[in-house]
Design a binder for this molecule. Structure first.
Ligand code: BTN
Length: 260
């Protein structure tokens, strides 16, 4: 079978991400196509589809959306070795999307550990990093769904930029802003400004100083006050000693209700 052809190509005046942006009507998954098309001289390739027939979410879940309702985007990257860590790649993407949401709607989004963006407690965006033949950052950002659509789909805890801003979002304008913000944040990482990205990531997570529960990938659950966090570790004061958790081993990080 012949591979799908893009209906449109953009060449944005960015430094790394989006110098080539390919738009498709339909793909299996933008992550798959981005990984297939990524080449050494095409670092930062962006692949976008109106509709995915086999969109993937975290933990093997399916990611579904009606045509044109969401931004379905993947970025293929070849970061230097020191940046090739899930926590760093997720953090810069989440911070960039938070900044894009602010620019597009005037609303602040929070990062829900590890890969989601929430507005007023409801999920507006999910990020899926995959490292197969190439490293790909997949982004599903809800644009123009209504509360009724989410209810019908059994997703009462989801929201869209249209719902929070009260206006319909123009997807081309969204693409430009999201790609520009991704390029900016990635540029900060490449320029060695990791601490600045880390600071924005911490602020958008918003759990410093709070009582939290960390669920680790091995099933262990640890509770304590989140004293400090960086890409190198999360410091928890458990009341019975300090624990330093490697971010990649933390599957869930949740505030304990009503803690200060
Ligand atoms: C999540 O489970 O929250 C992550 C969802 C990521 C979905 C996006 S949509 C574009 C890209 N292509 C995919 O197949 N998945 C990601």
């Amino acid at each position: 079978m012949s591979s799908p052809q893009p209906r449109e190509t953009w060449n944005l005046d960015t430094s790394h991400i989006g110098r080539r942006v390919l738009f498709f009507d339909q793909l299996d998954s933008t992550n798959t196509t981005a990984a297939e098309l990524a080449s050494a001289d095409d670092d930062g390739l962006v692949v976008i589809a109106d509709f995915q027939t086999a969109g993937r979410g975290q933990y093997g879940r399916v990611w579904q959306s009606r045509p044109g309702n969401s931004l379905l985007m993947s970025v293929a990257l070849r970061p230097p070795l020191e940046l090739r860590r899930p926590v760093i790649l997720t953090a810069f993407a989440a911070v960039a999307i938070g900044e894009a949401i602010l620019a597009l709607t005037g609303v602040q989004a929070k990062i829900k550990w590890p890969n989601d963006l929430l507005i007023r407690g409801k999920k507006v965006c999910g990020i899926l990093i995959e490292n197969t033949t190439s490293l790909v950052i997949g982004i599903g950002l809800n644009l123009n769904q209504t509360a009724e659509e989410f209810e019908e789909a059994g997703l009462p805890d989801a929201t869209s930029l249209g719902m929070v801003s009260g206006k319909a979002l123009d997807s081309a304008a969204v693409v430009r802003v999201v790609v520009q913000k991704l390029d900016l944040e990635y540029g900060r990482l490449l320029a060695g400004e990791r601490v600045a990205v880390e600071a924005d990531w911490k602020w958008r997570i918003g759990l410093l100083g709070r009582q939290v529960t960390a669920e680790l990938t091995d099933g262990t659950v640890i509770s304590g006050r989140l004293h400090e966090m960086s890409f190198d570790g999360l410091e928890l004061d458990t009341g019975d000693g300090w624990r330093l958790l490697v971010p990649e081993t933390v599957r869930q990080l949740k505030p304990i209700a009503d803690s200060v």
